[in-house]
Write a protein that binds this ligand. Structure first.
Ligand SMILES: [Zn+2]
Length: 367
């Protein structure tokens, strides 16, 4: 990539225009992209404050905002890089490593066999993790994959692969216990910024009945409609657009990764694999999380696995891949939430540039 002009999300309309015609047609079929400029007038008395936080007054006078909407799923993002520099209430200073280590050996997940409940079908034990039953459940079956490592940031692809395999085995046990519990979901909330209530490393698994969780079902319906209208596979086309723009990230065989053009929040990565059982998919997610922490400096993150049902259902899941989402939830030292009414009810607002995220991950060293 060296020598190539740096691509920026603010140039997205031009980058799409410059694509070869077939790629451009697919990009325009999936994405609606527009840009606008926000302007303001700064009183003299504010100059020093603005210079401190934003570098210069000029930086805020005209702000380029790019809006990307996925017309297939109706998910969308507004990008304004300037928001990364805005002043935030950082609360009390946090020495994260110290805070993590201070709890070592003291929380229930440090001694899961004694201090956590088991599921009605028992526990699943892996090489680096063991399951527990969640005390206050999201759904009829709700388990925890408790990592042997207390420190959730001590990640390797092998360990993550084990966590995912153990989670999937838990889902199969739940299905044996209740043949209607066919719809699996695997998630990981790392640290409090990401919704994790216990620091000790853990992921969570649920299985649900009747229909998949609404956001998964919505994606299935969108992909079915897309194929019915244009004859092509939505996920192939989605990857093709990202890859043609330079947002693809190398991964193991049969796994496709890209930095999303419509991230739900900062630095979102999307991983598309085949079967949820595929160990190369698990290792890819592990390698990405390791680099998330090591290269991008992420500390609090969410991971979610969209997976097809574990047993046949009435609705059509043919061609639906395993889709994994990774997202950065911001600094654990920050007291301001990263989501507000805008994100909950309108569109995501994001400061990180997906082109920069993809570049850094491809390069593989801290930037
Ligand atoms: Zn612990």
């Amino acid at each position: 990539m060296s020598g190539a002009p740096e691509r920026r999300i603010t140039d997205l309309p031009h980058l799409i225009d410059a694509l070869p015609p077939e790629d451009r047609a697919v990009a325009n079929r999936i994405f609606d992209v527009s840009s606008t400029t926000g302007r303001l007038v700064v009183p003299e008395a504010m100059h020093a404050w603005i210079e401190e936080f934003f570098g210069s007054v000029d930086a805020v006078l005209e702000q380029r905002i790019v809006r990307v909407t996925n017309s297939v799923t109706l998910q969308g993002t507004l990008f304004n890089g300037l928001r990364a520099s805005r002043p935030l209430d950082t609360g009390v200073g946090v020495d994260l490593e110290r805070e993590i280590e201070a709890g070592d050996a003291r929380d229930p997940f440090c001694h899961p066999e004694n201090d956590t409940p088991a599921d009605v079908f028992g526990r699943v034990r892996g090489e680096h993790s063991i399951t527990a039953s969640n005390v206050a459940k999201y759904d009829g079956f709700h388990g925890v994959v408790v990592f042997d490592d207390h420190n959730p940031l001590r990640l390797t692809p092998e360990k993550v692969s084990d966590y995912v395999s153990v989670g999937l085995e838990w889902c199969r046990k739940a299905l044996e216990a209740d043949p209607e519990a066919r719809y699996p979901f695997l998630m990981w909330n790392c640290l409090w910024r990401a919704g994790g209530s216990i620091i000790h490393g853990h992921a969570q698994v649920t299985v649900t009945r009747g229909m998949h969780y609404p956001k998964v079902e919505r994606l299935r319906r969108a992909a079915v409609s897309y194929r019915a209208e244009g004859g092509s596979d939505y996920f192939d086309d989605l990857y093709r657009v990202h890859d043609s723009l330079g947002l693809g990230i190398p991964a193991e065989r049969n796994v496709r990764v890209f930095a999303s053009l419509t991230p739900v929040k900062e630095k979102e990565l999307v991983v598309i694999g085949g079967s949820s059982e595929d160990s190369s998919l698990h290792r890819t997610v592990g390698a990405l999380l390791r680099d998330y922490v090591r290269v991008l400096g992420v500390r609090a993150f969410n991971v979610a696995f969209y997976m097809v049902p574990l047993a046949p259902t009435e609705e059509d899941w043919s061609g639906f891949p395993t889709v994994v989402h990774l997202v950065d939830r911001g600094s654990p030292a920050n007291r301001t939430s990263d989501i507000g009414a805008m994100e909950l009810y309108a569109a995501s607002v994001v400061a990180s540039d997906p082109f920069r995220v993809a570049d850094l991950l491809r390069r593989g060293s801290p930037g």
